[in-house]
Design a protein. Sequence first.
Length: 87
Amino acid sequence: MTDSERNDPATVALELERLRGTVEAGFARVDGGLALLVQRSDQSDKHLDEHDTRIGSLERARWPLASLAVLAALSGVVVTVWQLTGR
C-alpha cells in the first residue's frame, strides 16, 4: 500500500469503520461480562441474606437449651440438699 492509498479518504473511512466495529464488539463483550458479575453478586447477596436469617433463627431457638440445662441442674441440687437434710 502506497502513501497515497493510505491517505485516501475512502481507505481511512474503511479503516475507521473496522476499528469502530472492533471497539463495539469489545465493549459488548465487556458489558456482557459485567452484567454476569452483577448477577452473580446479586445472587451472592441473596444467599448471604438467607444465611443471616437462618443463623438468626437458630440463635434465637438455641437460648432456651442453656436455660433448661441450668434449671435442671439447680433442681437436681435442690432435690439432693432436700434429701440430705432428711426431708
